[in-house]
Design a protein around this ligand. Structure first.
Ligand SMILES: [Mg+2]
Length: 266
């Protein structure tokens, strides 16, 4: 990882997509600062497509798609995307309704068993708003547990036949091989008739944790918030660049540079 200061200026000036994680990337200590929201709005006004990619539930993403200044949101680690369109929300899911219902019931059984096996963890408070995955809380509404515990939980889910990823606060588990990147690729193809290769040199990805690894691996113009350094991630999973600040502070380092380069053009 190189310091964000070394991000190439030519690429910055050509940027057309800002793709970002939400928790601990746009937020700091659990709060979305006004400056970040304003930066997203300004970037869109400058013609940059803003696409958010999160492990958060469908219920949250419904609100984000309706209210936030964004072009689309991918949620539940790639299970769906919601896109505001002509005053309505277009919803595209990986699985049919029936499959989602069956899988969710299986995942809830797994999660309850795992919470019983790992003292101090809990079913995440945002589970009731999830449509396709479950989250076990190790650091949001419970006393923060070490990341080694989160990793053990991830392995346990995989032993049970689920796919699982660690974020900064939850271990999310789902059934299927999709991830943040695969759904982003589908969104690009369906909505913009583009592939990742088409936009590789024009896209910045910002994230902070192992569930961003599929995006960090694919986008060489990826930026990790400083806290990304606390995870024991293989080198290939790390972003190209890292900020000085954590969460929203780090994101604003990026946003200010993006907006500065657009200002220089106009
Ligand atoms: Mg995050």
């Amino acid at each position: 990882m190189n310091p964000f200061d070394e991000f190439p200026t030519r690429e910055m000036a050509n940027l057309s997509f800002l793709v970002s994680d939400i928790d601990d990337t746009l937020t700091l200590d659990g709060v979305l600062p006004a400056a970040v929201y304003a930066a997203l709005e300004t970037m869109r006004a400058k013609g940059i497509k803003v696409i958010l990619i999160t492990g958060r539930p469908a219920g949250w993403c419904d609100m984000i798609a309706r209210f936030w200044p964004i072009d689309a949101v991918v949620g539940e680690n790639g299970s769906f995307y919601f896109k505001p369109e002509n005053g309505q929300i277009k919803r595209v899911w990986i699985d049919e309704t029936e499959t989602r219902t069956t899988n969710l019931a299986k995942l809830q059984v797994m999660a309850e068993q795992i919470v019983g096996e790992f003292p101090g963890t809990a079913l995440a408070e945002d589970n009731p708003w999830r449509a396709t995955d479950v989250a076990v809380d190790f650091a949001e509404d419970v006393e923060a547990l070490p990341l080694t515990v989160a990793e053990q939980i991830r392995v346990r889910f995989e032993q049970m036949g689920a796919t699982a990823k660690v974020s900064s606060i939850h271990v999310n588990a789902w059934i299927g091989s999709y991830d943040k990147l695969s759904m982003f690729e589908r969104l690009l193809a369906a909505e913009y008739k583009l592939s990742v290769d088409d936009i590789l040199t024009k896209t910045i990805y910002t994230g902070d944790s192992p569930n961003d690894a599929p995006m960090f691996r694919r986008f060489f113009l990826s930026v990790g918030m400083k806290s990304v350094t606390q995870y024991d991630m293989p080198k290939s999973d790390l972003p190209g660049f890292v900020t000085d600040g954590d969460g929203a502070d780090g994101f604003m380092e990026v946003a200010e540079q993006v907006l500065q380069s657009k200002k220089n053009q106009s």
